[in-house]
Design a protein around this ligand. Structure first.
Ligand code: 6PG
Length: 474
């Protein structure tokens, strides 16, 4: 009998089925298209994979093929498709059976599924998986939440299939309810911020420093050997060195500059706002994608004012030092993006009583996922010793911030002065500047709130006491 059920044999589902089979696990598959399942079975046979894959015509046949209590992984789009699968399975399942949703579901949906299924004696796990199709085939990073007891039943095959960091599987259960999907959502929020930083660095190099695309790619390759050693930097270098087979031009220059998005970045920012956790970098990244969509407006406005980069005074186009500054700015801004993301998770954990282990989350991101980076090993060590601190306080990076902080400020300024849009570098710089300001400017906000609405404030020489200002005496 098959050990696991898998519903949804699309690009990700077929890759995961083969990965599980490669690790010796038997998988019973279900998809609306029989030919897709047959193709996976044929390909697994050609590759000589030891696990057995079987195709099933409907949900009942799938369920009959699985030993009780059953475990069924579902890899279909979130929202209505997932709802439909759950509705089909529910009346056919027996008490103790488990459904695991491996899609990018909103964690609030996951919370609702956990409650709904548990009320009927069924189990539900919301599981974020990262790494795209390549990861699903050769080792994704897996972030699970929901029913802990049933996790024990699927941890072995999933750990076998997961990416390994120095032998440790990047696969873990973190907490109850929708916590696994919350972690995956913030993973994606960080992904948005870091990708936008890379795009901004490319923009500054191309338009600000007037570098040919290929040279930018070579610089990224060099940076990928230092602190910026990461999956996203690696594929950015690869993308920039690829030519269009049709025109021979740089491939990236042939791509329409309108970014897609499926919602996880936006959800991250919405949740962070609810929690009162700083999310300025991912918010700026989501905004940048939104503005990218306004192609027609951008063209119309450029025709009125001219392209913003045309306004660059040539003396501002500097030399190698600018590239070193850019590398430093990217390093710091990347650390700050993870710092904001981790803080959102920590606050959600407190608010929802999930008791999440930030060190374990950083560990699970060290391999397989899209935001894997050589920095994550440091991050997990830091949270191991300081679970309640902000990542920006990590002493391992203190020197980096002292030395490179002014360069981050310089790059954000240069980006703007050179007519580029650098919203995430600017957000990083503002966050950094504000977080190192023991004295900010919110005293002015408080004064204004009190002046127009008698909202009161605390005096610094009399803390704890709410008073109103002398402007009310007039
Ligand atoms: C991953 C990715 C994956 C997907 C994103 C893309 O971790 O493997 O994050 O989940 O590629 O959802 O999201 P957008 O379409 O919103 O960019």
């Amino acid at each position: 009998m098959a050990q696991l059920g898998l519903i949804g044999i699309g690009v990700m589902g077929s890759a995961l089925a083969q990965n599980l089979a490669e690790n010796g696990h038997d998988v019973a598959m279900l998809d609306r298209t029989m030919s897709k399942m047959q193709a996976v079975i044929d390909s697994a046979q050609d590759q000589g994979l030891p696990g057995k894959l079987t195709a099933h015509a409907d949900a009942q046949a799938l369920i009959d093929a699985l030993p009780a209590p059953r475990a069924i992984l579902v890899l279909v789009p979130s929202g209505a498709p997932l709802r439909s699968v759950v509705d089909t399975l529910k009346p056919l399942l027996a008490k103790g059976d488990l459904i695991a949703d491996l899609g990018n579901s909103n964690y609030t949906d996951t919370q609702a599924y956990v409650a709904e299924l548990e009320a009927e004696g069924l189990e539900f796990i919301g599981m974020g998986i990262s790494g795209g199709a390549e990861g699903a085939r050769h080792g994704p990073s897996i972030m699970a939440g929901g029913s802990k007891d049933s996790w024990a039943r699927i941890v072995e095959p999933l750990s076998d299939a997961a990416a390994k960091f120095e032998g440790d599987p990047c696969c873990d259960w973190f907490g109850p309810g929708g916590s696994g999907h919350f972690i995956k959502m913030i993973h994606n929020g960080i992904e948005y911020a870091v990708m936008q930083l890379i795009a901004e660095a490319y923009g500054v190099m191309k338009h600000g420093l007037r570098m040919p695309t290929e040279d930018i790619g070579q610089k990224f390759t060099a940076w990928n050997k230092g602190h910026l050693d990461s999956y996203l930097m690696k594929i950015a270098a690869e993308v920039l060195s690829t030519k269009d087979p049709i025109t021979g031009n740089d491939m990236v220059e042939m791509i329409l500059d309108q970014a897609g998005q499926k919602g996880t970045g936006r959800w991250s920012v919405i949740e962070a706002l609810h929690l009162g956790a700083p999310s300025s970098m991912m918010a700026a990244a989501v905004e940048a994608r939104n503005i990218s969509a306004l192609k027609e407006d951008r063209i119309a406005i450029q025709s009125i004012f001219g392209a913003s980069q045309d306004a660059i005074p040539t003396e501002i186009i500097t030399n190698d030092k600018a590239l070193d500054a850019l590398e430093s700015a990217l390093i710091l801004a990347t650390i700050l993006a993870y710092s904001q993301g981790m803080e959102i998770i920590r606050r959600a954990s407190v608010a929802s009583e999930w008791n999440l282990d930030l060190a374990a989350i950083a560990r699970v991101w060290r391999a397989g996922c899209i935001i894997r980076s050589s920095l994550l090993d440091n991050f997990s060590d830091f949270f191991e010793g300081s679970p309640d601190a902000l990542l920006i306080e990590d002493p391992a990076f203190e020197k980096e911030f002292r030395v490179r902080g002014p360069l981050l400020q310089m790059v954000a300024s240069f980006g703007l002065v050179s007519g580029n849009h650098v919203p995430v570098f600017a957000a990083a710089t503002n966050y950094y500047n504000l977080m190192r300001s023991g004295q900010g400017t919110a005293n002015m906000i408080q004064a204004l709130r009190d002046r127009f609405g008698a909202h009161s404030f605390e005096r610094m020489d009399n803390l704890g006491q709410k008073v109103i200002g002398p402007w009310h005496d007039k």
